[in-house]
Design a protein. Structure first.
Length: 73
């Protein structure tokens, strides 16, 4: 139940940020261990944090917020 709640609140913030940025470019998914915005490699530790929704992880290269792909539907 807890995990579900975290996902819902993350999704809300995600949607809010998306609407604030016309193309939704502030948030990108992680694809093949890389940032989908600038295609730089994400460190394994960051990937873990992203998967566990511990906090909002920013790409150190382009500054976008990184999220797990499964939310991006
Ligand atoms: Zn990036």
């Amino acid at each position: 139940m807890q995990e579900k709640n975290i996902n819902i609140s993350l999704l809300k913030i995600y949607n809010k940020l998306r609407s604030n940025h016309k193309n939704g470019l502030a948030i990108v998914t992680v694809d093949r261990e890389s940032c989908n915005g600038c295609f730089n490699k994400i460190t394994p530790q960051k990937q873990l944090d992203i998967k566990q929704y511990k906090q909002y992880i920013f790409c150190e290269h382009c500054g976008r917020i990184l999220i797990d792909c499964q939310i991006d539907k």
